[in-house]
Design a protein around this ligand. Sequence first.
Ligand code: PEP
Ligand code: MN
Length: 332
Amino acid sequence: MLVVMEKSAKKENIEKVCKIIESMGYKSHKIPGPSRTVVCVTGNDKKIYPEKILTIEGVKEIVHVSKPYKLVSREVKPDDTVIKLKNTSIGSNKISIIAGPCAVESREQIFEIAEELSKRDVKILRGGAYKPRTSPYSFQGLGEKGLEYLALAGEKFNLSIISEVLDTESFPIIENYVDIIQIGSRNMQNFSLLKKAGKSNKPIFLKRGFSSTLNEFLLAAEYIISEGNPNVILCERGIRTFSNETRFTLDISAIPILKKMTHLPIIVDPSHAAGIRDLVEPLSKAGIAAGADGLMIEVHTNPDAALSDSAQTISIESFDKLLSKINVIKTL
Ligand code: PEP
Ligand code: MN
């Protein structure tokens, strides 16, 4: 349910609405917008008394929200969410490029890549320190040392940094170093991790589970926002289908559909979707053409030597070519 306030509604009356909602056993979420403030009501199974709310001064109307997800929906918040970072922002009429290696491998490696990327149109550096590898025998990441190198590289080259959190125990360590916390595909429905992310004051980059519907994806984002963290970035990174020529199948149609369903920014990850270097450029172009707010791309100064996801990692030269194509598509 949504309580729509008059444009001129006083702050004290908005507070009054929130108090009454909470006294009925629900949670209230104030969502300010350029033309109105709305108070979204979430919770379950309790009786609601709309007449108690409608009589408060400044209340315009009560609207039923038809979707199972509330706070992430455009119904509740029509304006695009913009995520502000120290050196840039994500969302709304702007293409953000997040790039870097799959994993931080050494201080030298991440510094070399960060320096190259900072000379280009990149404001956000990626690099895994705790890696969710399919095989327990594959490189698992450098752990906290990796985060330290990533943070130092980010500082030196004025880049925001993003890295993945695998579990609730290591959450505070990752949170301490990064500007954006990534929750990977395999953890999209790890509800205790989502709730923990909802208590953080850092933006959360939520990757779509590779067997998840868009409804499930948005409900996962809803977990984070309902706990108090409104800064969620969605990432389409490919889903499992019967097609086995690629690692996953990039769900291009998810982008325009999500744009209608939600106000959250949507980033496309062509690298994990394809699993093949040569496909990263065409899928990037498709993602931007379909309306994504940006890309997350695995780039390495020596892709063949990358300790993880080498087959899908592109070189700086290929990255330059890709950026020039994206710049053309951006103008369409
Ligand atoms: C990653 O971005 O490093 C990653 C592991 O991605 P995903 O969760 O999409 O597989
Ligand atoms: Mn990877």
